[in-house]
Design a protein around this ligand. Sequence first.
Ligand code: SF4
Length: 379
Amino acid sequence: MSEERKHSILAPSSKEWVHCGFSAKFLANKEEETNDASEFGTECHALAEAYIKQSLKIEDFDEKPVSIDELKSTFKHYDDEMETLATGYANFVIGQADYEEKRTGKKPLVFVEQLLEMDYAPDTHGTADAIIIAGDTLTIIDNKTGFIPVKIFEGNELNSQLGIYGLYAYKLFADIYPIKKIRLVIYQERIHNIDDQTIDVEDLLEWEVSVLRPAAKEAQNPNAEAVSGKWCKYCPGRNVCRQRSEDALSIDVEKKPELMTDDEIEELLPRLDFIIDYCTSIKEYALKKAIEGKKWKGYVLSETSTKRKISDEEAVKKILKDAGFNPEVTKLMSISDLQKMVGKTKFNDLVGDYIIKPKGQPVLAPESDAKNNNTEDKQ
Ligand code: SF4
């Protein structure tokens, strides 16, 4: 793993500051949050790094060699899922290196967990999960362990984190290798999402000038404006930001006597997600504070209603049977357990006609989400 350094304020994971310069004020005061999910992600990356280095025989001269078993023994969250995620990603990177070797007829250069220095803001750096250089193409592979599908482009908008990694990996190697194309890849084993886009170096350099540098400049401006949007959910100031609150809660529907038109409803729909997102986030924040001891006027901390549960089924069964009752109902096993027991093919031959899939409830989703979900299905 790369050496520990203080977190950069305008780090490459830039969803909020690239859109809203004001968020840099919150990012500057952000305390390094470690939770189970982030620790799991860090350990999963370290395990994958070890598998890739072992398979491709990449030596790390700066660090004392540690066996994979020794490494796992230092983890807090190692489990089967981490093994699946780490090996899935490691195999993908190894497969890509193999593919590049076949494509170019030469062994590609592979860098894992490569530290990249960035110059769009002071003391800024990041770690690229994997970089492969082969012929005129530099490939960046970003390993995501979350559940939300991540894309290289949202419409025409380049994912700024991948853009920054691609740009600064290019700058690191441009003097040595004849790189003309940057291939950006998101790999999400957990939800079987792979997004893979290649862009010309000229287009990435144009993006640097037209998007990245102006955004970084604005984020370093002491009077930067707050601009709210769907990126607010990544901002550490999301629960206390006045701009977000005002924008979420003000709906400019003119008071007219007639009914709202379809056009007005269409205009309102995309804003509803923003409002719901805001309300959910404020409720979560208020609850967290209440659990910590904060008293909100007019509210008390209570518990949701729950279903009654039997604490010891065997004991209850015995007592009722001894009292002359038959408390057991014979129930068919679940479809997946039945399938496991009988075997998929035989199960389908025997009872396939009886397995139905009820139609889901209709939901209205933004077109971009529906496209993302369809893409996910195909992968
Ligand atoms: S919550 Fe949204 S509007 Fe407010 S600072 Fe953060 S990104 Fe900007």
